[in-house]
Design a binder for this molecule. Sequence first.
Ligand SMILES: [Mg+2]
Ligand SMILES: [Zn+2]
Length: 194
Amino acid sequence: MTHSALKVRPRALSTVFLDRDGVLNQKMPEGSYVRSVADFHPLPGVAEAIARLNRAGVRVVVVSNQRGIALGLYIAADVRAIHEAFQKHLEGSGARVDGFYFCPHDKGQCNCRKPLPGLFDQAVAEFPQITAASSAMLGDSLSDIEFGRRLGMLTVFIAGAEEHRSPSAEDARALADLRCPSLAEAVEALLQNP
Ligand SMILES: [Mg+2]
Ligand SMILES: [Zn+2]
């Protein structure tokens, strides 16, 4: 974390928006999708990082593009089952996600596919206290960082595993306010007191 990055940190961080694939769980190779609970492998340190956010009183919201539904590769119920299994996994570490939101649509057909703001609006509908100014968006794709920037959030690029990085990841890295190797390090940086 650079010194200049500290200046863009929100005064009080109230909500962290997390991308799912590549941030919470192992990203599949480009063009492959997490279709079922069997494909969902939480990354090391993720449960502990979420527990830290919980203990700090920071709301944790997952926002995920799930275009595989539009492509007919899996259905919304599969995504919900994955999120339920992940929540159970987190329980073991005393951690919890406050809300899961996902876009089931193909490109150019909705207002909720990141970087469009629809998933933010859905979260605000459930948690009216959320403001973009007190939120951070953490993700490994350009669509995540653009989503956060357009809304005026602090943005954090999570680098993840090099072999699974998307072609536009370099743009995402350059555009983000902060860059971290993993969720655990991003949470460490966000919760640090200056
Ligand atoms: Mg991702
Ligand atoms: Zn959508």
